[in-house]
Write a protein that binds this ligand. Structure first.
Ligand code: VG1
Ligand code: CO
Length: 543
Protein backbone atom coordinates (compact mmCIF):
# COMPACT_ATOMS: atom_id res chain seq x y z
CA UNK A 1 0.00 0.00 0.00
CA UNK A 2 1.39 3.40 -0.88
CA UNK A 3 0.32 6.96 -1.55
CA UNK A 4 0.82 8.31 -5.02
CA UNK A 5 0.69 11.81 -6.42
CA UNK A 6 -0.86 11.77 -9.85
CA UNK A 7 -0.35 14.78 -12.09
CA UNK A 8 -3.41 16.20 -13.74
CA UNK A 9 -4.60 19.29 -15.58
CA UNK A 10 -7.68 21.41 -14.75
CA UNK A 11 -11.01 20.55 -16.39
CA UNK A 12 -13.32 23.40 -17.31
CA UNK A 13 -16.74 23.74 -15.71
CA UNK A 14 -16.26 22.12 -12.30
CA UNK A 15 -18.45 24.81 -10.79
CA UNK A 16 -20.92 23.72 -8.10
CA UNK A 17 -24.49 24.86 -8.82
CA UNK A 18 -27.51 25.22 -6.54
CA UNK A 19 -26.58 21.98 -4.82
CA UNK A 20 -23.14 20.60 -5.63
CA UNK A 21 -21.49 19.63 -8.90
CA UNK A 22 -23.87 17.77 -11.22
CA UNK A 23 -22.91 16.31 -14.56
CA UNK A 24 -23.72 13.36 -16.74
CA UNK A 25 -22.27 10.08 -15.45
CA UNK A 26 -20.20 9.93 -18.63
CA UNK A 27 -18.57 13.22 -17.71
CA UNK A 28 -17.64 11.91 -14.26
CA UNK A 29 -16.23 8.80 -15.92
CA UNK A 30 -13.60 10.81 -17.80
CA UNK A 31 -10.09 10.18 -16.49
CA UNK A 32 -9.25 12.31 -13.41
CA UNK A 33 -12.61 14.16 -13.47
CA UNK A 34 -13.86 12.99 -10.08
CA UNK A 35 -10.35 12.98 -8.60
CA UNK A 36 -9.73 16.59 -9.66
CA UNK A 37 -12.91 17.76 -8.00
CA UNK A 38 -12.39 15.77 -4.79
CA UNK A 39 -8.81 17.05 -4.49
CA UNK A 40 -10.12 20.58 -5.06
CA UNK A 41 -12.52 20.08 -2.13
CA UNK A 42 -9.75 18.78 0.13
CA UNK A 43 -7.37 21.56 -0.92
CA UNK A 44 -10.00 24.16 0.01
CA UNK A 45 -10.33 22.91 3.59
CA UNK A 46 -8.09 24.05 6.42
CA UNK A 47 -6.74 21.60 8.97
CA UNK A 48 -8.44 18.43 7.78
CA UNK A 49 -5.52 16.30 8.96
CA UNK A 50 -6.68 13.68 11.47
CA UNK A 51 -10.31 14.84 11.18
CA UNK A 52 -13.49 12.83 10.55
CA UNK A 53 -15.29 12.82 7.19
CA UNK A 54 -18.78 11.39 6.58
CA UNK A 55 -19.29 9.73 3.21
CA UNK A 56 -22.28 8.22 1.43
CA UNK A 57 -24.55 8.51 -1.53
CA UNK A 58 -28.02 7.81 -2.87
CA UNK A 59 -27.04 4.53 -4.51
CA UNK A 60 -27.27 5.74 -8.07
CA UNK A 61 -25.08 4.39 -10.85
CA UNK A 62 -21.36 5.16 -10.27
CA UNK A 63 -21.89 5.54 -6.50
CA UNK A 64 -19.83 2.41 -5.61
CA UNK A 65 -16.92 3.40 -7.87
CA UNK A 66 -16.85 6.99 -6.61
CA UNK A 67 -16.99 5.92 -2.95
CA UNK A 68 -13.91 3.70 -3.31
CA UNK A 69 -11.97 6.46 -5.10
CA UNK A 70 -12.89 9.00 -2.42
CA UNK A 71 -11.85 6.61 0.37
CA UNK A 72 -8.44 6.15 -1.28
CA UNK A 73 -8.06 9.91 -1.70
CA UNK A 74 -9.21 10.67 1.85
CA UNK A 75 -6.58 8.26 3.19
CA UNK A 76 -3.90 9.86 1.03
CA UNK A 77 -4.90 13.37 2.11
CA UNK A 78 -4.52 12.69 5.81
CA UNK A 79 -8.09 12.40 7.07
CA UNK A 80 -8.14 10.56 10.40
CA UNK A 81 -11.42 8.71 10.03
CA UNK A 82 -14.21 8.21 7.51
CA UNK A 83 -17.72 7.20 8.55
CA UNK A 84 -19.20 5.56 5.48
CA UNK A 85 -22.73 4.21 5.10
CA UNK A 86 -23.09 0.46 4.60
CA UNK A 87 -23.03 -0.34 0.87
CA UNK A 88 -22.04 3.30 0.40
CA UNK A 89 -25.62 4.36 1.12
CA UNK A 90 -26.57 7.49 3.06
CA UNK A 91 -29.42 9.87 2.37
CA UNK A 92 -28.65 13.59 2.33
CA UNK A 93 -30.48 14.18 5.64
CA UNK A 94 -28.69 11.18 7.19
CA UNK A 95 -25.29 12.64 6.23
CA UNK A 96 -26.28 15.91 7.86
CA UNK A 97 -27.48 14.08 10.98
CA UNK A 98 -24.29 11.98 11.24
CA UNK A 99 -21.91 14.93 10.75
CA UNK A 100 -23.62 16.68 13.66
CA UNK A 101 -23.95 13.68 15.93
CA UNK A 102 -20.31 12.60 15.64
CA UNK A 103 -18.96 16.16 15.37
CA UNK A 104 -17.29 15.36 12.08
CA UNK A 105 -15.31 17.97 10.16
CA UNK A 106 -17.58 17.61 7.12
CA UNK A 107 -19.17 15.21 4.70
CA UNK A 108 -19.41 14.27 1.06
CA UNK A 109 -22.76 13.34 -0.47
CA UNK A 110 -22.78 11.53 -3.78
CA UNK A 111 -26.06 12.37 -5.42
CA UNK A 112 -27.67 14.29 -8.23
CA UNK A 113 -30.78 14.31 -6.08
CA UNK A 114 -33.96 14.56 -8.16
CA UNK A 115 -32.10 14.18 -11.48
CA UNK A 116 -32.46 10.82 -13.30
CA UNK A 117 -29.73 8.21 -12.81
CA UNK A 118 -28.24 5.22 -14.64
CA UNK A 119 -25.28 5.05 -17.04
CA UNK A 120 -26.83 7.76 -19.24
CA UNK A 121 -28.19 9.75 -16.31
CA UNK A 122 -26.67 12.24 -13.92
CA UNK A 123 -24.20 11.99 -11.07
CA UNK A 124 -23.31 14.57 -8.47
CA UNK A 125 -21.08 15.40 -5.55
CA UNK A 126 -21.65 17.85 -2.76
CA UNK A 127 -19.55 18.94 0.20
CA UNK A 128 -21.19 19.64 3.58
CA UNK A 129 -19.53 21.57 6.37
CA UNK A 130 -19.19 20.99 10.11
CA UNK A 131 -22.73 22.17 10.92
CA UNK A 132 -24.05 19.42 8.63
CA UNK A 133 -25.21 21.80 5.92
CA UNK A 134 -24.22 22.43 2.31
CA UNK A 135 -21.01 24.40 1.91
CA UNK A 136 -21.74 28.12 1.63
CA UNK A 137 -20.83 30.02 -1.54
CA UNK A 138 -17.48 31.16 -0.12
CA UNK A 139 -16.37 27.50 0.01
CA UNK A 140 -17.95 26.36 -3.26
CA UNK A 141 -16.28 29.30 -4.99
CA UNK A 142 -12.92 28.33 -3.47
CA UNK A 143 -13.40 24.72 -4.65
CA UNK A 144 -14.17 25.89 -8.16
CA UNK A 145 -11.19 28.25 -8.19
CA UNK A 146 -8.92 25.44 -7.05
CA UNK A 147 -10.27 23.09 -9.73
CA UNK A 148 -9.15 25.59 -12.35
CA UNK A 149 -5.49 25.54 -11.32
CA UNK A 150 -5.06 22.01 -10.01
CA UNK A 151 -1.89 20.16 -11.04
CA UNK A 152 -2.12 16.90 -9.13
CA UNK A 153 -4.00 14.75 -6.65
CA UNK A 154 -3.05 12.27 -3.93
CA UNK A 155 -4.46 8.77 -3.85
CA UNK A 156 -3.61 5.50 -2.20
CA UNK A 157 -3.31 2.34 -4.27
CA UNK A 158 -5.05 0.31 -1.55
CA UNK A 159 -7.60 -2.28 -2.71
CA UNK A 160 -11.37 -1.71 -2.50
CA UNK A 161 -12.87 -1.72 0.99
CA UNK A 162 -15.68 -4.18 1.70
CA UNK A 163 -18.63 -1.88 2.43
CA UNK A 164 -21.15 -4.67 2.84
CA UNK A 165 -20.17 -5.40 6.44
CA UNK A 166 -20.49 -3.05 9.39
CA UNK A 167 -17.17 -2.62 11.17
CA UNK A 168 -13.85 -0.80 11.16
CA UNK A 169 -10.81 -1.18 8.90
CA UNK A 170 -7.75 0.93 8.18
CA UNK A 171 -6.18 2.41 5.09
CA UNK A 172 -2.86 4.31 5.22
CA UNK A 173 -3.44 4.84 8.95
CA UNK A 174 -6.94 6.27 8.36
CA UNK A 175 -9.81 4.52 10.10
CA UNK A 176 -12.76 3.51 7.93
CA UNK A 177 -15.94 2.79 9.88
CA UNK A 178 -18.74 1.22 7.90
CA UNK A 179 -21.90 2.27 9.76
CA UNK A 180 -25.57 1.34 9.59
CA UNK A 181 -27.14 3.79 7.13
CA UNK A 182 -30.39 4.23 9.02
CA UNK A 183 -30.02 3.92 12.79
CA UNK A 184 -28.58 7.35 13.73
CA UNK A 185 -31.22 9.07 11.60
CA UNK A 186 -34.02 6.89 12.97
CA UNK A 187 -32.96 7.77 16.52
CA UNK A 188 -33.14 11.47 15.72
CA UNK A 189 -36.66 11.10 14.30
CA UNK A 190 -37.76 9.26 17.41
CA UNK A 191 -36.52 12.15 19.55
CA UNK A 192 -38.70 14.66 17.65
CA UNK A 193 -42.00 12.93 17.04
CA UNK A 194 -44.63 11.12 19.09
CA UNK A 195 -43.99 7.62 17.78
CA UNK A 196 -46.60 6.13 20.17
CA UNK A 197 -49.33 8.35 18.75
CA UNK A 198 -48.36 7.48 15.17
CA UNK A 199 -48.24 3.79 16.10
CA UNK A 200 -51.80 4.00 17.44
CA UNK A 201 -52.87 5.75 14.27
CA UNK A 202 -51.65 2.82 12.16
CA UNK A 203 -52.97 0.17 14.54
CA UNK A 204 -56.35 1.88 14.31
CA UNK A 205 -56.45 1.14 10.58
CA UNK A 206 -55.06 4.36 9.10
CA UNK A 207 -53.70 3.64 5.64
CA UNK A 208 -50.77 5.17 3.81
CA UNK A 209 -48.87 4.78 0.57
CA UNK A 210 -45.24 5.89 0.75
CA UNK A 211 -43.60 5.99 -2.67
CA UNK A 212 -39.82 5.88 -2.25
CA UNK A 213 -39.42 6.07 -6.05
CA UNK A 214 -36.73 3.33 -6.03
CA UNK A 215 -34.42 5.85 -4.40
CA UNK A 216 -32.51 6.10 -1.16
CA UNK A 217 -35.42 6.74 1.21
CA UNK A 218 -36.67 3.15 0.77
CA UNK A 219 -34.54 1.61 3.55
CA UNK A 220 -35.20 4.57 5.88
CA UNK A 221 -38.95 4.59 5.35
CA UNK A 222 -39.27 0.82 5.57
CA UNK A 223 -37.35 0.65 8.86
CA UNK A 224 -39.15 3.62 10.45
CA UNK A 225 -42.68 3.54 9.02
CA UNK A 226 -43.20 -0.19 8.71
CA UNK A 227 -40.69 -1.31 11.35
CA UNK A 228 -40.93 1.13 14.22
CA UNK A 229 -44.34 2.65 13.58
CA UNK A 230 -46.07 -0.59 12.69
CA UNK A 231 -47.58 0.37 9.34
CA UNK A 232 -48.51 -2.77 7.41
CA UNK A 233 -45.90 -4.32 5.17
CA UNK A 234 -46.29 -2.90 1.68
CA UNK A 235 -47.04 0.62 2.92
CA UNK A 236 -43.69 1.69 1.48
CA UNK A 237 -43.65 0.98 -2.25
CA UNK A 238 -40.75 1.17 -4.72
CA UNK A 239 -38.66 0.70 -1.60
CA UNK A 240 -35.56 -0.91 -3.07
CA UNK A 241 -33.02 1.67 -4.27
CA UNK A 242 -32.06 1.01 -7.89
CA UNK A 243 -29.05 2.40 -9.73
CA UNK A 244 -31.32 4.00 -12.32
CA UNK A 245 -34.39 4.56 -10.11
CA UNK A 246 -36.25 2.11 -12.32
CA UNK A 247 -35.76 4.45 -15.26
CA UNK A 248 -37.84 7.15 -13.59
CA UNK A 249 -37.16 10.70 -12.56
CA UNK A 250 -36.92 10.47 -8.74
CA UNK A 251 -38.65 13.80 -8.15
CA UNK A 252 -41.68 13.74 -5.83
CA UNK A 253 -44.07 16.06 -7.61
CA UNK A 254 -47.43 15.32 -9.20
CA UNK A 255 -45.83 14.94 -12.63
CA UNK A 256 -43.04 12.51 -11.81
CA UNK A 257 -44.89 10.70 -9.02
CA UNK A 258 -48.08 10.48 -11.08
CA UNK A 259 -48.70 6.86 -10.10
CA UNK A 260 -49.13 7.94 -6.47
CA UNK A 261 -51.40 10.80 -7.54
CA UNK A 262 -53.58 8.45 -9.59
CA UNK A 263 -53.94 6.11 -6.62
CA UNK A 264 -54.76 9.00 -4.28
CA UNK A 265 -57.39 10.17 -6.77
CA UNK A 266 -58.91 6.70 -7.04
CA UNK A 267 -61.96 5.28 -5.31
CA UNK A 268 -60.01 3.14 -2.82
CA UNK A 269 -57.32 5.68 -2.04
CA UNK A 270 -55.46 5.28 1.25
CA UNK A 271 -55.80 8.00 3.89
CA UNK A 272 -52.41 9.50 3.22
CA UNK A 273 -49.86 9.54 0.41
CA UNK A 274 -46.22 10.63 0.42
CA UNK A 275 -43.14 10.44 -1.77
CA UNK A 276 -39.46 11.34 -1.54
CA UNK A 277 -36.70 12.06 -4.09
CA UNK A 278 -33.37 10.51 -5.14
CA UNK A 279 -31.46 11.49 -1.99
CA UNK A 280 -34.52 11.64 0.33
CA UNK A 281 -34.38 15.35 1.08
CA UNK A 282 -37.55 16.28 -0.84
CA UNK A 283 -41.10 15.27 0.04
CA UNK A 284 -44.58 15.43 -1.40
CA UNK A 285 -47.65 15.22 0.83
CA UNK A 286 -50.88 13.96 -0.72
CA UNK A 287 -54.41 13.67 0.62
CA UNK A 288 -57.37 12.13 -1.19
CA UNK A 289 -57.80 13.95 -4.51
CA UNK A 290 -55.46 16.63 -3.25
CA UNK A 291 -51.71 17.26 -3.33
CA UNK A 292 -50.42 19.77 -0.80
CA UNK A 293 -48.37 22.56 -2.31
CA UNK A 294 -44.92 22.55 -0.69
CA UNK A 295 -45.26 26.23 0.22
CA UNK A 296 -48.51 25.42 2.04
CA UNK A 297 -46.90 22.44 3.73
CA UNK A 298 -44.25 24.68 5.30
CA UNK A 299 -46.93 27.11 6.49
CA UNK A 300 -49.14 24.36 7.92
CA UNK A 301 -46.25 22.72 9.77
CA UNK A 302 -45.21 26.09 11.21
CA UNK A 303 -48.75 26.93 12.31
CA UNK A 304 -49.09 23.58 14.08
CA UNK A 305 -45.55 23.09 15.35
CA UNK A 306 -46.40 23.20 19.05
CA UNK A 307 -48.49 20.02 18.64
CA UNK A 308 -45.28 18.09 17.91
CA UNK A 309 -43.01 17.08 20.82
CA UNK A 310 -39.79 18.35 19.19
CA UNK A 311 -41.31 21.80 18.66
CA UNK A 312 -43.64 22.04 21.65
CA UNK A 313 -41.91 25.14 22.97
CA UNK A 314 -42.64 27.02 19.75
CA UNK A 315 -40.49 28.10 16.87
CA UNK A 316 -37.90 30.91 16.76
CA UNK A 317 -38.64 31.93 13.21
CA UNK A 318 -39.27 30.68 9.68
CA UNK A 319 -37.30 31.02 6.46
CA UNK A 320 -38.36 30.35 2.91
CA UNK A 321 -36.61 30.68 -0.41
CA UNK A 322 -37.65 33.77 -2.34
CA UNK A 323 -39.73 31.94 -4.99
CA UNK A 324 -41.62 30.00 -2.29
CA UNK A 325 -45.10 31.41 -1.68
CA UNK A 326 -45.73 33.87 1.11
CA UNK A 327 -48.04 31.41 2.95
CA UNK A 328 -45.41 31.01 5.69
CA UNK A 329 -45.16 34.80 6.09
CA UNK A 330 -48.83 34.92 7.09
CA UNK A 331 -48.22 32.31 9.78
CA UNK A 332 -45.08 34.08 11.04
CA UNK A 333 -47.05 37.31 11.37
CA UNK A 334 -49.68 35.62 13.55
CA UNK A 335 -47.04 33.79 15.62
CA UNK A 336 -45.09 37.05 15.88
CA UNK A 337 -41.86 35.42 14.78
CA UNK A 338 -39.56 36.62 11.97
CA UNK A 339 -39.81 35.22 8.45
CA UNK A 340 -36.65 35.39 6.33
CA UNK A 341 -36.53 35.32 2.54
CA UNK A 342 -33.41 33.67 1.13
CA UNK A 343 -32.14 32.77 -2.35
CA UNK A 344 -32.95 29.34 -3.77
CA UNK A 345 -30.87 26.49 -2.32
CA UNK A 346 -30.53 25.03 1.14
CA UNK A 347 -27.08 26.53 1.78
CA UNK A 348 -28.66 29.88 2.63
CA UNK A 349 -30.60 28.53 5.63
CA UNK A 350 -27.58 27.26 7.58
CA UNK A 351 -26.41 30.56 9.07
CA UNK A 352 -29.94 31.46 10.18
CA UNK A 353 -30.29 28.12 11.97
CA UNK A 354 -26.81 28.24 13.51
CA UNK A 355 -27.63 31.70 14.87
CA UNK A 356 -30.90 30.43 16.34
CA UNK A 357 -32.96 32.82 14.20
CA UNK A 358 -35.19 30.16 12.65
CA UNK A 359 -36.51 26.71 13.48
CA UNK A 360 -38.37 25.76 10.28
CA UNK A 361 -37.56 26.43 6.65
CA UNK A 362 -38.69 25.36 3.23
CA UNK A 363 -38.68 25.74 -0.51
CA UNK A 364 -41.40 25.49 -3.13
CA UNK A 365 -39.44 22.65 -4.75
CA UNK A 366 -40.81 20.08 -2.28
CA UNK A 367 -38.22 20.79 0.40
CA UNK A 368 -39.06 21.28 4.07
CA UNK A 369 -37.01 20.87 7.21
CA UNK A 370 -35.99 22.29 10.55
CA UNK A 371 -32.94 23.00 12.65
CA UNK A 372 -32.71 19.33 13.74
CA UNK A 373 -30.21 19.04 10.86
CA UNK A 374 -28.92 21.45 8.20
CA UNK A 375 -30.46 19.86 5.12
CA UNK A 376 -33.96 19.48 3.86
CA UNK A 377 -35.50 16.28 5.09
CA UNK A 378 -38.20 14.39 3.22
CA UNK A 379 -39.01 11.70 5.78
CA UNK A 380 -38.98 14.27 8.60
CA UNK A 381 -41.71 16.26 6.83
CA UNK A 382 -43.77 13.12 6.28
CA UNK A 383 -43.43 12.09 9.94
CA UNK A 384 -44.41 15.63 10.96
CA UNK A 385 -47.62 15.32 8.95
CA UNK A 386 -48.29 11.84 10.37
CA UNK A 387 -47.77 13.17 13.90
CA UNK A 388 -50.09 16.10 13.14
CA UNK A 389 -52.77 13.79 11.78
CA UNK A 390 -52.40 11.56 14.85
CA UNK A 391 -52.56 14.52 17.23
CA UNK A 392 -55.59 16.18 15.62
CA UNK A 393 -57.49 13.26 14.13
CA UNK A 394 -57.89 15.38 10.99
CA UNK A 395 -57.18 14.46 7.38
CA UNK A 396 -54.64 16.19 5.14
CA UNK A 397 -57.49 17.90 3.29
CA UNK A 398 -59.15 19.15 6.47
CA UNK A 399 -55.87 20.46 7.86
CA UNK A 400 -55.22 22.39 4.63
CA UNK A 401 -58.76 23.77 4.35
CA UNK A 402 -58.75 24.93 7.97
CA UNK A 403 -55.38 26.53 7.45
CA UNK A 404 -56.60 28.51 4.45
CA UNK A 405 -59.71 29.67 6.21
CA UNK A 406 -57.64 31.02 9.07
CA UNK A 407 -54.62 32.44 7.22
CA UNK A 408 -55.87 32.84 3.65
CA UNK A 409 -54.73 30.79 0.67
CA UNK A 410 -51.75 31.37 -1.58
CA UNK A 411 -52.48 30.07 -5.05
CA UNK A 412 -49.16 28.85 -6.29
CA UNK A 413 -47.58 27.18 -9.29
CA UNK A 414 -44.21 26.73 -10.93
CA UNK A 415 -43.83 26.39 -14.70
CA UNK A 416 -40.62 24.83 -15.98
CA UNK A 417 -39.39 25.17 -19.55
CA UNK A 418 -36.75 22.45 -19.86
CA UNK A 419 -34.04 21.82 -22.43
CA UNK A 420 -33.94 25.40 -23.62
CA UNK A 421 -30.81 26.36 -25.50
CA UNK A 422 -28.58 27.94 -22.82
CA UNK A 423 -27.77 31.03 -24.86
CA UNK A 424 -31.42 31.72 -25.63
CA UNK A 425 -32.38 31.28 -21.99
CA UNK A 426 -29.67 33.71 -20.92
CA UNK A 427 -30.87 36.23 -23.49
CA UNK A 428 -34.40 35.98 -22.11
CA UNK A 429 -33.11 36.82 -18.65
CA UNK A 430 -30.83 39.67 -19.78
CA UNK A 431 -33.60 41.19 -21.89
CA UNK A 432 -35.97 40.99 -18.96
CA UNK A 433 -33.37 42.55 -16.69
CA UNK A 434 -33.09 45.50 -19.08
CA UNK A 435 -36.85 45.98 -18.96
CA UNK A 436 -37.03 46.05 -15.15
CA UNK A 437 -36.87 49.84 -14.66
CA UNK A 438 -39.80 50.37 -17.06
CA UNK A 439 -42.13 47.81 -15.48
CA UNK A 440 -43.17 49.58 -12.28
CA UNK A 441 -46.57 51.19 -12.67
CA UNK A 442 -47.62 49.07 -15.64
CA UNK A 443 -51.20 47.88 -15.49
CA UNK A 444 -52.61 44.60 -16.86
CA UNK A 445 -56.35 44.65 -16.20
CA UNK A 446 -56.69 44.87 -12.44
CA UNK A 447 -53.04 43.85 -11.89
CA UNK A 448 -50.69 46.73 -11.29
CA UNK A 449 -46.95 46.18 -11.10
CA UNK A 450 -45.63 47.91 -8.02
CA UNK A 451 -41.98 46.98 -8.33
CA UNK A 452 -39.70 44.83 -10.46
CA UNK A 453 -36.19 43.89 -9.44
CA UNK A 454 -33.42 41.34 -9.40
CA UNK A 455 -33.36 39.65 -5.99
CA UNK A 456 -30.24 40.30 -3.96
CA UNK A 457 -29.68 38.77 -0.52
CA UNK A 458 -27.54 40.00 2.31
CA UNK A 459 -27.01 37.27 4.86
CA UNK A 460 -28.08 38.76 8.19
CA UNK A 461 -25.50 36.68 10.06
CA UNK A 462 -22.24 37.06 8.12
CA UNK A 463 -23.14 39.96 5.84
CA UNK A 464 -22.26 38.08 2.64
CA UNK A 465 -24.12 39.29 -0.43
CA UNK A 466 -25.60 37.06 -3.17
CA UNK A 467 -26.80 38.94 -6.22
CA UNK A 468 -28.94 38.09 -9.25
CA UNK A 469 -30.94 35.42 -7.44
CA UNK A 470 -34.09 35.72 -9.53
CA UNK A 471 -36.13 38.40 -11.27
CA UNK A 472 -39.21 39.47 -9.37
CA UNK A 473 -42.30 41.21 -10.64
CA UNK A 474 -44.23 42.36 -7.59
CA UNK A 475 -47.83 43.49 -7.86
CA UNK A 476 -49.74 45.98 -5.74
CA UNK A 477 -51.97 43.23 -4.27
CA UNK A 478 -48.96 41.13 -3.17
CA UNK A 479 -49.04 38.78 -6.16
CA UNK A 480 -45.66 37.83 -7.57
CA UNK A 481 -44.10 36.43 -10.72
CA UNK A 482 -40.52 35.21 -10.47
CA UNK A 483 -38.12 34.12 -13.18
CA UNK A 484 -34.86 32.25 -12.72
CA UNK A 485 -32.70 29.68 -14.46
CA UNK A 486 -32.13 26.32 -12.80
CA UNK A 487 -28.74 25.59 -11.29
CA UNK A 488 -29.11 21.82 -11.03
CA UNK A 489 -29.60 20.68 -14.63
CA UNK A 490 -26.94 19.04 -16.77
CA UNK A 491 -28.24 19.69 -20.30
CA UNK A 492 -29.05 23.12 -21.75
CA UNK A 493 -31.01 25.45 -19.51
CA UNK A 494 -34.28 25.23 -17.60
CA UNK A 495 -36.34 28.37 -17.17
CA UNK A 496 -38.42 28.38 -14.01
CA UNK A 497 -41.36 30.76 -13.73
CA UNK A 498 -43.08 30.96 -10.34
CA UNK A 499 -46.56 32.35 -9.66
CA UNK A 500 -47.91 33.35 -6.28
CA UNK A 501 -51.24 35.03 -5.51
CA UNK A 502 -52.76 35.52 -2.08
CA UNK A 503 -56.51 35.12 -1.57
CA UNK A 504 -58.02 36.05 1.76
CA UNK A 505 -61.67 35.49 0.77
CA UNK A 506 -62.83 32.14 2.22
CA UNK A 507 -65.35 31.71 -0.57
CA UNK A 508 -62.53 31.74 -3.11
CA UNK A 509 -60.41 28.92 -1.71
CA UNK A 510 -61.60 26.09 -3.95
CA UNK A 511 -60.28 27.22 -7.31
CA UNK A 512 -57.92 25.30 -9.54
CA UNK A 513 -54.54 27.03 -9.06
CA UNK A 514 -53.91 27.24 -12.82
CA UNK A 515 -57.24 29.05 -13.25
CA UNK A 516 -56.66 31.29 -10.25
CA UNK A 517 -53.26 32.24 -11.66
CA UNK A 518 -54.26 32.49 -15.33
CA UNK A 519 -53.87 36.25 -15.60
CA UNK A 520 -50.40 36.18 -14.00
CA UNK A 521 -49.39 33.35 -16.34
CA UNK A 522 -50.41 35.51 -19.30
CA UNK A 523 -48.52 38.54 -17.98
CA UNK A 524 -45.36 36.46 -17.51
CA UNK A 525 -45.39 35.16 -21.09
CA UNK A 526 -45.98 38.62 -22.47
CA UNK A 527 -43.42 40.44 -20.33
CA UNK A 528 -40.60 37.94 -20.77
CA UNK A 529 -41.41 36.96 -24.37
CA UNK A 530 -41.21 33.28 -23.43
CA UNK A 531 -42.44 31.98 -26.79
CA UNK A 532 -40.16 34.29 -28.78
CA UNK A 533 -37.10 33.39 -26.76
CA UNK A 534 -37.60 29.68 -26.19
CA UNK A 535 -39.80 28.70 -29.10
CA UNK A 536 -41.99 26.90 -26.56
CA UNK A 537 -45.73 27.49 -26.39
CA UNK A 538 -46.14 25.88 -22.99
CA UNK A 539 -44.05 24.64 -20.10
CA UNK A 540 -42.73 21.06 -20.04
CA UNK A 541 -43.52 20.59 -16.32
CA UNK A 542 -46.16 22.31 -14.21
CA UNK A 543 -46.12 21.81 -10.46
C1 VG1 B 1 -33.66 23.10 -7.48
C2 VG1 B 1 -34.74 23.73 -6.63
C3 VG1 B 1 -34.16 24.25 -5.33
C4 VG1 B 1 -33.45 23.09 -4.60
C5 VG1 B 1 -32.43 22.46 -5.51
C6 VG1 B 1 -31.77 21.24 -4.90
O1 VG1 B 1 -32.69 24.07 -7.83
O2 VG1 B 1 -35.37 24.77 -7.34
O3 VG1 B 1 -35.19 24.80 -4.55
O4 VG1 B 1 -32.83 23.55 -3.44
O5 VG1 B 1 -33.04 22.05 -6.74
O6 VG1 B 1 -32.72 20.26 -4.58
P1 VG1 B 1 -32.67 24.78 -9.27
O7 VG1 B 1 -31.45 25.66 -9.24
O8 VG1 B 1 -32.63 23.71 -10.28
O9 VG1 B 1 -33.94 25.56 -9.35
V1 VG1 B 1 -32.27 18.64 -4.59
O10 VG1 B 1 -33.42 17.79 -3.83
O11 VG1 B 1 -32.06 18.41 -6.26
O12 VG1 B 1 -30.74 18.64 -3.91
CO1 CO C 1 -32.83 15.97 -3.28
Amino acid sequence: MSIQTISTIPVAGQEPGTSGLRKKVTVFQQPHYLENFVQSIFDSLDGLSGQTLVLGGDGRYYNPVAIQTILRMAAANGWGRVLVGQHGILSTPAVSCIIRKYEAYGGIVLSASHNPGGPDGDFGIKYNIRNGGPAPEKITEAIYARSQVITGYCISDAPDVDLSRIGTTEMEGMKIEVIDSVSDYAGLMQSLFDFDAIRSLFSGGFTMRFDAMHAVCGPYATRIIEGELGAPEGTVVNAVPLEDFGGHHPDPNPVNAHELIEIMNGSDAPDFGAATDGDADRNMIVGRHFAVSPSDSLAILAANATRIPGYSKGIAGIARSMPTSTAADHVAAVLKVPCYETPTGWKFFGNLMDAGKISLCGEESYGTSSSHIREKDGLWAILFWLNLIAATGKSVNALAAEHWSRYGRNYYSRHDYEHVDAERANTLITDLRKKLPSLAGMRFGSNVIERADDFSYTDPVDGSVSEKQGIRILFADGSRIIFRLSGTGTVGATLRVYFDRYESDKNMHDLDPQAALADLIGIASETAGILEHTGMKSPTVIT
